[in-house]
Design a protein around this ligand. Structure first.
Ligand code: NAD
Length: 332
């Protein structure tokens, strides 16, 4: 592909991805399946790798997807809420582990591993133990204030169950809808000729981003914590697994499928194990997430434009395509 052809292909891909992002992140009503979207995104990244001089600031590879709706008050995140790089194949998993070992100088690396919840990222702020604000990820820097809606989710503590709570605690996690609740909601919606949701993820996002908290209160939403944001006055935590245990002790829902695995072989085993359990789980997951467990090693690896270098989402193969709108390949 010549440079001119690459520039044209990138322009077309950016336009289509922007269109799909709008329907997915803003309207909560995707036009194409995630695997189709991931295919397009992949083409874009491959072309950008071949011609890095064509990377522009507005490229989806340089930014986090969502955009805060003006209808909500906006919230500036104290710490950016970034995305995750994806791995789809075994060799990409090997490459991730190799980059981590090279970047840290460690011979073998321990990873905290978790399911990748297919919901909506949020951040919860606690001041002196009291839940004071909750926000969506938005574009990673500015999110939507959905505090009132989050207060309707019973799994989210409104006060921390601890004698001396930290002055500040930000909890990062995912709001989702259980599969059985999603089926029920769509049946109810069909009965009143209301909007049907494409999948539990979109139902969760659509339910949380309601202007009227009374509607959210009627939607059965669940929450899983998967990390910490800014904090002041928390005990010393040296690893991600310690942070998750701390959150569990504070009574946040954390996945009991979390574990610590060693090296690429450990990651491969976890992927296979969770892949087998996937259909029995009461909620959708679209892969597993591997995070370098040691916070000091995470800090030494740092971030690239839109995602940390110390984590990767290993996606499961697509199950079924929802709507096939058009051929995804870009002709150049
Ligand atoms: P992502 O969903 O691939 O990964 C980042 C997100 O993973 C985080 O923001 C967090 O919300 C979530 N996550 C779940 N479990 C986690 C855990 N244990 N630890 C940390 N994070 C966890 O990235 P994204 O930027 O939110 O979205 C991109 C993906 O969304 C695409 O790969 C595609 O599948 C889908 N998408 C689809 C369409 C469409 O039209 N179908 C459009 C846009 C995006």
């Amino acid at each position: 592909m010549s440079m001119q052809e690459a520039a044209l292909a990138l322009q077309q891909l950016k336009q289509r991805i922007a269109e799909y992002d709008y329907h997915y992140y803003v309207l909560d009503a995707p036009l194409v399946s995630d695997s189709e979207y991931d295919g397009l995104y992949r083409q874009l990244v491959e072309i950008e790798q071949q011609y890095p001089e064509l990377i522009t600031a507005d490229s989806p590879s340089q930014r986090v997807g969502g955009k805060a709706l003006a209808a909500f008050e906006s919230v500036q995140h104290r710490q950016a809420m970034l995305s995750l790089n994806n791995a789809f194949a075994d060799d990409e998993l090997e490459a991730f582990d190799r980059r981590v070992r090279e970047g840290t100088g460690e011979a073998v690396v321990a990873y905290a591993v978790e399911p990748k919840f297919d919901g909506l990222a949020i951040t919860l702020t606690y001041e002196h133990g009291l839940f004071v604000q909750g926000a969506t990820r938005g574009d990673g820097y500015t999110g939507e204030n959905v505090t009132h809606n989050l207060k309707t989710i019973r799994a989210i503590p409104s006060r921390l169950n601890i004698a001396q709570p930290p002055a500040l605690l930000e909890v990062r996690g995912e709001v989702l809808m259980l599969k059985r609740d999603f089926e029920k909601l769509n049946q109810q919606q069909a009965a009143v000729k209301g909007k049907l949701f494409a999948n539990p993820r979109n139902a969760a996002a659509g339910s949380l981003r309601q202007l009227d908290p009374h509607i959210t209160a009627k939607r059965p939403l669940h929450f899983f914590a998967y990390g910490l944001g800014a904090s002041i006055g928390v005990p010393e935590l040296n690893t991600h697994s310690e942070a998750m245990q701390y959150l569990a002790d504070l009574r946040f829902p954390v996945s009991d499928l979390r574990a610590v695995k060693i090296g690429a072989q450990g990651l491969r085993e976890y992927y296979a194990e969770i892949g087998e359990k996937r259909h029995q789980l009461p909620f959708d997951i679209d892969g597993v997430v591997y995070k370098v467990n040691d916070f000091a090693l995470q800090a030494s690896l740092g971030f690239v434009s839109r995602a940390p270098r110390w984590a990767v989402a290993h996606k499961f193969p697509a199950e079924e395509a929802t709507t096939i709108v058009e051929d995804i390949s870009v002709q150049v």
